[in-house]
Write a protein that binds this ligand. Structure first.
Ligand SMILES: Nc1ncnc2c1ncn2[C@@H]1O[C@H](COP(=O)(O)OP(=O)(O)OP(=O)(O)O)[C@@H](O)[C@H]1O
Ligand SMILES: [Mg+2]
Length: 312
């Protein structure tokens, strides 16, 4: 399969160059997915870096990213292909009109008309068909099937079939098969369990919230202008916050947004006032915000400062 990287270390370095910090376990999973051609199935809470992996992989492999966002009610028409009915009807009318104007011209046979109406010209290609078609010319794209847990089980069953043979049959046109299967990344936020049958086809990795060093590393990469002490305090504060009983714990996305907010406010250190003013950047539920009264925040800031000193 894809042999651009000859070792896990080499891949880890390359991911780092794309500003993606991956621990060893995750890097091994990505490496094996590339080597074996198996889809990579990533599960984890919101904002831990699942979608980003597909984007970074497309950049690394210098190929296109085809994204399929899943949602409830997603069907084959939206995922694979659809006929452009409006276009077909218009074309049919034009053909009829042309025939009326020149009645002497040879009539098109019924089959020929159907062939014309059900040709590539009127085929609307959706992400899964696009991914398979693009794989025909040998340059496999990265196919991201994002948030599969949001789709129905019916769609999941269809996907299982697709992932096993990477081909799609369109009754009017025939079978289209991928020469080189796309690099597939499937993500789930685990709002429901994905069936074992699908998981079995994939390499599975659970992306946890990052530990302190990983998160600090991400903050420093993604926000190079952040004062070093502030970066450590932010990271320690967020790590502390994740140990609380919150309705929605902050992901890495929130850490990065908060960092940007504190830089915009010219902060060098955490203070009670700014933390209170900017809580809405990290917490998106009022119940969670209410849990953080002034005393709690003050204690958290003090702990974050100690931790930041120690990590310096
Ligand atoms: N390991 C990492 N290295 C660098 N940046 C990261 C990493 N993990 C997450 N990020 C950053 O955090 C943000 C959120 O990541 P992403 O959108 O991939 O999360 P997600 O797991 O797909 O979340 P959701 O479930 O909400 O879709 C992105 O801006 C991404 O750049
Ligand atoms: Mg995502």
């Amino acid at each position: 399969m894809n042999s651009r990287y000859n070792s896990v270390d080499e891949l880890q370095l390359a991911l780092g160059e794309q500003d993606y910090i991956a621990e060893r376990g995750l890097t091994v999973a990505i490496y094996l997915a590339l080597k074996t051609g198996k889809p990579l199935f990533l599960e984890g809470d919101a904002g831990v870096g699942k979608t980003e992996i597909a984007k970074v992989l497309a950049a690394l492999l210098e190929t296109q990213l085809i994204r399929m966002q899943c949602y409830e009610g997603l069907d084959v028409n939206t995922a694979v292909y659809e006929w452009n009915y409006a276009g077909q009807i218009l074309h049919l009318r034009l053909m009829e009109g042309a025939r009326r104007h020149s009645p002497d011209s040879e009539d098109m046979s019924r089959e020929a008309m159907e062939d014309e109406l059900f040709s590539q010209r009127f085929l609307l290609k959706r992400p899964l068909l696009q991914a398979i078609e693009q794989s025909q010319d040998g340059s496999a794209p990265v196919l991201l099937i994002d948030e599969l847990d949001r789709s129905d089980e019916e769609f999941e069953a269809f996907l299982l079939e697709l992932l096993s043979d990477f081909q799609i049959t369109i009754p009017e046109l025939g079978t289209i098969a991928a020469n080189v299967p796309p690099v597939v990344v499937v993500t789930s936020n685990r709002t429901r369990e994905i069936h074992d049958a699908l998981k079995r086809r994939c390499l599975y990795y659970w992306i946890d919230y990052p530990h302190f060093r990983k998160e600090l590393n991400i903050v420093e990469r993604k926000a190079p202008d952040v004062p070093p002490m502030l970066a450590r305090q932010i990271t320690a504060f967020i790590q502390d916050m994740r140990s609380m009983e919150l309705f929605k714990r902050p992901g890495i996305a929130e850490t990065l947004d908060w960092t940007a907010a504190l830089i915009a406010l010219d902060q060098n250190e955490l203070s009670l006032e700014t933390v209170q003013d900017t809580l809405g950047v990290i917490l998106k539920y009022q119940d969670d915000v209410e849990m953080l009264d002034a005393t709690t925040i003050q204690n958290m800031i003090e702990r974050a400062k100690v931790e930041a000193q120690r990590a310096g």
